[in-house]
Write a protein that binds this ligand. Sequence first.
Ligand code: DAK
Length: 256
Amino acid sequence: MPDTLKISRTGGVVLVRIDRPKQMNALNFQVGSELVSALEPLDNDPEVGCFVLTGNEAAFAAGADIKEMQAKTFGDMLAEDYPAIWERFGALRTPKIAAVNGYALGGGCELAMMCDFIIAGEGAQFGQPEIKLGIIPGIGGSQRLTRLVGRAKAMDMILTGRMMGAAEAESCGLVARVVADDKVVDTALDAAGRIAAYSKPAVQLAREAVNRAEESALSEGLLFERRMFQSLFATHDQKEGMAAFIEKRKPKFTGK
Ligand code: DAK
């Protein structure tokens, strides 16, 4: 049983709560390793269709644990596996939704950005305040924030260390939806339930096609999408989804 997480499963949706409330859900190696130890086996479970990652009302996560990091040397940081553990989280193939209330700062903002999309409460606050500590983002913040919100806002956030509220985060593309604080987890679970009910091959290829948009030239991305689209006609789920539409019934996807 993980010490730093609470995990529950309803049907094909797995809800993970980061649970270090006294430390504002600060992220240490234990959180990362418990997270991937819990989710990696579920990533291969054909019955699991979506993960939702959340924190508590005060904080999604207030960044890496500063008290644990403070005395570390360059050699310590170089040697330890901290970034690799979060890369394993980012590499999970099951869709991941971040349900953010309160602070998502530093590594917490980076963790939310590793998810496929973010649903935020009205009171959520995002930031990369590492500059205030004499460091810079280290698990993708400078890269993912810049891709999501553009250079101007990323520079502003990363150089000044200021926080961005949920409304601004939605208007600049960091956040997919803003809802009332007490509806964040339910909204994310609802979205996750929908995703989990669709054809798994279609969901997987849809994610891969969207992710390609960030990593390739438009012509290559378009070709990738077209081939993925065409390949889905080799699945039973495509036949079932279209038959169900024509027969005016709900589809029964099997992932085949
Ligand atoms: N680490 C440790 N403890 C934290 C913490 C954190 N990040 N954030 C909050 N806490 C603790 C506080 O110390 C306090 O503990 P006690 O004093 O009660 O023992 C408790 O949580 C409540 O916090 P506050 O009293 O400060 O509460 P407020 O409501 O006044 O303020 C706050 C909330 C979230 C605005 C504030 O706590 C804050 O600014 N926290 C720090 C945010 C921050 O700077 N985050 C970025 C951390 S740096 C790496 C790559 C990346 C990283 C690390 C390694 N490698 C490549 C190896 C990532 C780095 C970061 O994320």
